[in-house]
Design a protein around this ligand. Structure first.
Ligand SMILES: C[S@@+](CC[C@H](N)C(=O)[O-])C[C@H]1O[C@@H](n2cnc3c(N)ncnc32)[C@H](O)[C@@H]1O
Length: 623
């Protein structure tokens, strides 16, 4: 029995109908979800679009699995509470069978033709909150582990070694050593007990269950798992019913009843605040929403970007292969990206890494720079640039000619930005520390501007699960507010008369409409001297032109969305503007507050609207 089980904590929440009650802790849910996934040999693994599939098209939504009666009638602890949700038939495994197709191709040999391509290339760049530092952390084993217990053991042994040098004849001394050693062991035990206590407290805090346990007994792992499995089954079943509502519904329940149930189950099962679960759920048809939530539970592939200022991809790949790194090109869409499958060495500390031959960088982060497509000798502004994944990518595409102004408001983050600039051999960068909203007063007239905007991070939940619970409704007002201000300044900083450029790229690592289409639509309204153009990226789903009762400019379909479940990349959004005049029409003020209110009025209600949403869902399914 594990430490957690011994420290009896909270019982599994009786399942049906009682989820308003306190449920298992997020950590327990995560643990049981992992167990469940491990038991499922046909687990879903998001797949990158194949080259043929690289046109914008959503993953096929699976045919609804035929409903079956609840399996073998076994009762779990969750059956104790009566609820009509209990009577939901349990879905078959058909859905999982279909997921076989989603296996990600691993470890195939490097395509030598592809590797040769990179000589003629202009290349491409980063970001992601956890790739911040000079030695970025990625949650894969080959990027390093803590080993604190082993270190502690070693320190005890080292103490022993030192102590061996003492006078062996002195019995009292020996006794003293034994005592010291046992004191150390006791201290360690005490620390472990304190850790266990702290863990218990933390867990209680997360579940809002008092230390005395309230009405609840301890959660046993198996019970916990049984409950979470039931929730998972019910999620599948409700999704199935919503996919064929007329035939499968219980006439006593409305669509809204099913949606309410599903949203509650999603927030419990995946550990989201109710608010964010609903916000993200609303972006997709129900079946696809589950794919999205599932994909957020799985880490994205580890990818690196070749720094073409220092090396060629082929040479880098060979050097890393020689060190025991298993890798291959990410895909045909990039000539500088490599996906690392496994490594005998920490990928953030190889000699090649230290020599600046590559940047540890999420594949999605290449996209905004590819869209920006800076040309040699241009002046480029990277308005929110730290830690510099995209800046260094821009510099590489400029082949160290022209200038890249690498700005960031956060002074602390400038350290890793500067370190990356030096490590990668960038010679054409100017680092600056302004609020982006001060541009173009600081300096303007750029050929191109990248605004990789500060955002809520809903596209990178697999890297930063804290987003699931720490983003509030206010964040989705405040952050877009800042983004709207920044995007106008980005536009105003570009010279429409640039001979080679006149482009602005807006990107976020978030998937919410408030931070993406709504911001771009705002920019189009406030700056009629820009228009949207193609990003030039051959894959990605089209941006929304209407969403929950709100209509955006039709050209929003030129913007691109990227999703973890669809592209096996972090969630991302990319929009590219062309500025065709330096005149800002006077009648359109820049009052973002006014616009926020207007947006709020224009926006549809946050709840599901049967008529309208079913049309949208159907449109989504047709895509
Ligand atoms: C998504 S991150 C940028 C990642 C970066 N482009 C990269 O590729 O490495 C957003 C950045 O915006 C910066 N930021 C936040 N508010 C800002 C503001 N008002 N002006 C400029 N930068 C800002 C943050 O410090 C953060 O570094």
């Amino acid at each position: 029995m594990g430490r957690r089980a011994k420290n009896k904590q909270a019982p599994p929440t009786p399942l049906p109908g009682t989820l308003e009650k306190k449920g298992p802790s997020r950590r327990q849910l995560s643990k049981t979800r992992k167990l469940q996934r491990a038991q499922d040999s046909k687990k879903r693994a998001p797949e990158p679009e194949s080259d043929e599939e690289s046109q914008p098209q959503p993953k096929k939504v699976k045919a609804a699995a035929k409903a079956q009666p609840k399996q073998n009638g076994k009762k779990t602890s969750s059956d104790k509470v009566e609820d009509s949700w209990d009577n939901l038939p349990i879905a078959s495994d058909d859905e999982d069978d279909e997921l076989d197709d989603d296996e990600f191709p691993m470890g195939s040999d490097m395509d030598s033709d592809e590797m040769e391509d990179d000589e003629e290339e202009i290349e491409e760049g980063d970001d992601a909150p956890d790739n911040d530092g000079v030695f970025p952390q990625v949650d894969n084993d080959f990027l390093g582990g803590s080993g604190s217990e082993a270190e502690e053991e070693q320190s005890l042994d080292e103490d022993d070694d030192e102590e061996e040098g003492s006078d062996e004849d002195d019995i009292a001394e020996f006794a003293g050593l034994d005592e010291r050693k046992s004191r150390k062991l006791e201290a360690r035990k005490a620390r472990e007990a304190a850790d266990a206590e702290a863990e218990l407290k933390e867990s209680a805090m997360q579940t809002n269950i008092g230390e005395d346990g309230g009405d609840f007994d301890m959660l046993e792992d198996e019970e916990d798992q049984a409950d979470i499995s039931q929730i998972n089954l019910r999620i599948k079943e409700v999704v199935n019913i919503l996919g064929n509502f007329k035939e499968l519904r219980d006439p006593a329940k409305s669509r809204q009843d099913y949606l309410d149930r599903l949203l509650k189950d999603i927030s419990t099962y995946y550990g989201y605040s109710d608010f964010l679960a609903e916000k993200l759920f609303n972006l997709f048809a129900p079946a696809e929403a589950i794919e999205f939530f599932e994909a957020n539970e799985v880490p994205r592939p580890v990818t690196i970007r070749t720094n073409t200022l220092r090396t060629r991809r082929r040479d880098l790949a060979q050097a890393l292969i020689n060190r025991g790194v298993n890798l291959e090109p990410i895909g045909k869409w990039t000539k500088v990206g490599l996906q690392v499958f496994e490594s005998q060495v920490p990928i953030g500390a190889t000699p090649e890494y230290l020599a600046g031959h590559y940047m540890l960088q999420a594949a999605s982060s290449f996209l905004p720079v590819m869209a920006l497509a800076p040309q040699e000798h241009e002046r480029v502004l990277d308005m929110a640039s730290a830690p510099g994944g995209k800046t260094t990518h821009i510099a590489a595409l400029l082949k160290n000619t022209g200038m890249v102004f690498a700005n960031d408001f956060n002074k602390d983050r400038l350290k890793s930005l500067s370190a990356n600039i030096h490590r990668l051999g960038v010679k054409n960068a100017v680092v600056c520390n302004y609020d982006g909203r001060e541009f173009p007063k600081v300096i303007g007239g750029f050929d191109r501007v990248l605004l990789d905007a500060p955002c809520s991070g809903t596209g990178v939940i697999s890297k930063d699960p804290g987003v699931k619970v720490n983003k509030t409704e206010k964040d989705f007002i405040d952050i877009p507010h800042l983004q709207k201000q920044l995007v106008l300044c980005a536009i105003d900083s570009v010279d429409a008369n640039s001979k080679t450029g006149g482009y602005i790229v807006y990107s976020t690592c978030s998937v919410t409409v408030d931070e993406n289409e709504a911001v771009v639509n705002y920019a189009l309204r406030k700056r009629p001297n820009v228009k949207l153009v193609s990003t030039g990226i051959e894959f990605g789903r089209e941006g929304f032109t209407r969403y929950r009762g709100k209509t955006f400019h039709p050209s929003l379909d030129l913007t691109r969305r990227y999703y973890p479940h669809m592209h096996n990349m972090d969630g991302f959004y990319v929009a590219k503007f062309k500025k065709f005049s330096n005149k800002i029409p006077k009648q359109t003020g820049d009052n973002v507050d006014e616009d926020v209110d207007q947006d709020a009025d224009e926006a549809g209600p946050a709840t599901f609207m049967e008529d309208e949403d079913s049309t949208i869902l159907k449109a989504e399914l047709r895509d």
